[in-house]
Write a protein that binds this ligand. Structure first.
Ligand code: NI
Length: 191
């Protein structure tokens, strides 16, 4: 996988049924898959964000790419499975499919993700903090779950109200001036 080699693909937004679909396993590890990962990386960097899952570009397959911005190389994980979740963290989280909306979201502090790389070889990543958050957010995506479903009930109601008002084109008018903490651009929190 190489930065700068892929093509930017339009990101599917909240309301698109593909974002609610549990994805099927990746079974074929060929050049097309490598090309797809390059395209997903390019799309993620251009957004910009720190992670992107295949359903976000309309493909219901268990695949995500990530780059936590910590200097390590970008990577792809096919057929991700989480384990060894430890502790909790609560921090702002956002999603490229629900642009510019951020809410404090509780996640495990530490997590292990196992899966396969673009060649089909078994891989394992472990991480805490932001990296752990990315793994959980993106694995949720391939299971058809969005981060707003992880919010406390009151925060979730607030998120849904903001999303609906924005769909009605009220973003600049009615929403401006209230709940401004939740409306921002935080690419380092978006996946
Ligand atoms: Ni997301």
């Amino acid at each position: 996988m190489t930065k700068g080699r892929g093509t930017v693909i339009p990101i599917r937004l909240f309301g698109d049924p593909v974002l609610r679909t549990p994805c099927r396993d990746v079974e074929t590890f060929d050049d097309l898959l490598t090309k797809l990962c390059d395209d997903m990386l390019e799309t993620m960097y251009q957004a910009p964000g720190v992670g992107l899952a295949a359903p976000q570009i309309g493909l219901a397959i268990r695949l995500f790419v990530f780059d936590a911005g910590d200097g390590s190389a970008p990577n792809a994980v096919a057929n991700p499975v989480l384990s060894n979740m430890e502790g909790t963290q609560e921090d702002e989280e956002g999603c490229l499919s629900i642009p510019n909306l951020y809410f404090p979201t509780e996640r495990a502090h530490f997590v292990r993700v196992t899966g396969q790389d673009v060649k089909g070889k078994p891989i394992t990543f472990e991480g805490e903090g932001l990296v752990a958050r990315i793994f959980q957010h993106e694995t949720d995506h391939v299971n058809g779950t969005l981060f707003i479903e992880r919010l406390a009930p009151e925060e979730r109601r607030k998120a849904m109200a903001l999303i609906r008002e924005r769909e009605l084109g009220w973003r600049e008018g009615r929403i401006a001036g209230r709940w401004t903490d939740q409306l921002a651009e935080r690419p380092e929190r978006s996946g």
